[in-house]
Design a binder for this molecule. Structure first.
Ligand code: EPZ
Length: 472
């Protein structure tokens, strides 16, 4: 199993491009199941989860048609056999987003069988809201042998008004599943308490490009007018806001100076606001249309987010900006509560906790989406962090320094938080089980090394005696 060996204390410096978004690409990759036409997605990151989704689509009769040309980040799909509608446990257990194939298959093929995703390190994660939404569209849903079996009524799904809110608010993949299914339902569907995440807007834009009639994506009420069939599309996935947030905090925790290209600033206003308050500065330099579309470069601008007033910025495409990230020498403590978008994202909570371990004072983090998403707390404490957990709140008493130690990654974002802490710590940190990280970050160690970090991927069997001593 791979580990990362990190020598801390190096400032990060230089330029890095933010990849396409994993969490936008995954529900989008289920969309070809809704049409007989080919669908091409661009700027798709090369990640374990993406590769698993390609494997799953293959099982469901939706082939990747450009395997051979291997064009970086391009995935072309076309349904070749619509009779295969069983998403099996062997893949579903590796990747929860498999559930996103349920709605599209049900809407297009009239039936689907998808293994129920199991538990997860960050929390319980039921799919009752997905099933509530699809049942409201007329589907008959039963469970058998750990599988969800869904059948559409004669004539197909029927539009309906659905309240999709749950105990912890809206559901992102639930909204994606129900919105996708409703595009082919007869009549109008209203999704109330829909997720407002930018990934939902990106998915809606792709579906609209295929001929779907969708209004209100990005707001809590989405209205979908069903159509008889959808066409194909050639669509570029949005930039990854969680990867961008992770690099912003990597610059800050190493007191570095980074330039991020293709940064979706407009999808990061809450993190930028709180990071600003802590002393981290994110300044746009120019938009990055050029890298993707070849349009001329616009003039530069500055961005500050003031409380409630929204961004003061000029220049174009705020979803593909070039920004410079710098940081005050002394970080200030902040208090945040994770919330559905546009609040502070839960997927940046672990990274922010690592950063605030070095702030001058007491910070408070409350996790409202996955109340038990704190497996990184014990690991950071091994590095000398002063953390006190009370239920779904952690009080972080800032320390002057962290010290390298062997730590265990437990989930995708916790591993990112531990790598940030390792880069700031004194001495050597060995992060075990980095396969968690590979699910969501492409070649992270290579990109960090290019920015000046001392980080190596080592098979735990090849660790040097001192590293092994450190890792044991
Ligand atoms: C998406 O997961 C993301 N995954 C997660 O990112 C992210 O943490 C989460 O949204 C919240 O922002 C992808 O996009 C692939 P939810 P999703 O349904 O859609 C409860 C990462 O690190 N709930 O919005 O599965 C649920 O338990 C991953 O990239 C129900 O109760 O999350 C949670 O408490 C981790 N019933 C809350 O709602 C349901 O049917 C929000 O979950 C569905 C969800």
């Amino acid at each position: 199993m791979d580990t990362f060996v990190i020598e801390g204390g190096r400032r990060l410096y230089g330029r890095v491009r933010i990849n396409g978004s994993k969490n936008a690409a995954l529900p989008m990759m289920a969309v070809p199941l809704l049409t007989d036409a080919p669908v091409t997605l661009r700027d798709v990151p090369d990640l374990a989860d993406i590769r698993n989704m390609i494997r799953l689509l293959g099982q469901l009769g939706c082939a990747r048609t450009n395997e051979a040309d291997n064009a970086k980040g391009v995935c072309a799909f076309h349904v070749t056999d619509p009779t295969q509608s069983h998403a099996r446990y062997d893949i579903v257990r590796t990747m929860r987003a498999s559930i996103c194939t349920l709605g599209p298959m049900l809407a297009k093929r009239g039936e689907a069988r998808v293994s129920l995703p199991g538990g997860c390190a960050i929390g319980e994660r039921p799919v009752d809201l997905h099933l509530r939404g699809l049942a409201a569209l007329g589907a008959k849903i039963t469970l058998d042998g750990g599988d969800i079996i869904a059948k559409a009524p004669e004539g197909g799904l029927v539009g309906s008004t659905i309240f999709l809110g749950g105990t912890f608010g809206s559901t992102v993949l639930g909204t994606a599943n129900v919105m996708s299914a409703a595009t082919l339902a007869r009549g109008t569907t209203i999704i109330e308490s829909a997720a407002c995440e930018p990934e939902i807007v990106d998915l809606a834009n792709l579906l609209i490009e295929m001929g779907a009639k969708i209004k209100g994506a990005g707001s809590p009420r989405i209205i979908i007018e069903g159509v008889r069939e959808l066409g194909g599309a050639d669509y570029t996935v949005m930039a990854d806001r969680i990867e961008a947030g992770t690099f912003i905090m990597a610059a800050a925790i190493t007191n570095g100076d980074l330039t991020l290209e293709n940064c979706p600033v407009d999808a990061l206003l809450a993190p930028i606001y709180f990071l600003n308050a802590a002393g981290v500065h994110v300044q746009p330099i120019e938009s990055l249309h050029t890298a993707i579309a070849g349009t001329p470069r616009p003039r530069s601008s500055t961005l500050t987010v003031t409380n409630g007033a929204g961004p003061t910025t000029t220049g174009d495409d705020p979803m593909r900006r070039t920004v410079r990230v710098t940081c005050d020498r002394v970080l200030r403590p902040v208090e945040i509560t994770t919330q559905p978008h546009p609040g502070f994202p839960t997927d940046l909570q672990a990274q922010l906790m690592s950063l605030l371990c070095l702030a001058d004072g007491n910070s408070v983090i409350t996790e409202r989406i996955f109340p038990d998403r704190f497996l990184h707390v014990a690991e950071l404490s091994r590095m000398g962090a002063k953390l006190m957990r009370q239920g779904s709140t952690v009080i972080i008493s800032g320390v002057r320094k962290l010290v390298g130690a062997p730590v265990m990654a437990s989930d995708l974002r916790a591993s990112a938080g531990l790598i940030l802490a390792g880069m700031a710590a004194e001495g050597t940190t060995v992060v075990n089980r980095v396969y968690h990280l590979d699910r969501g970050y492409e070649r992270m160690e290579d990109r960090l090394r290019m920015l000046g970090a001392s980080i190596r991927r080592v098979d735990e069997k090849e660790l040097s005696p001192s590293e092994a001593a450190c890792a044991s």
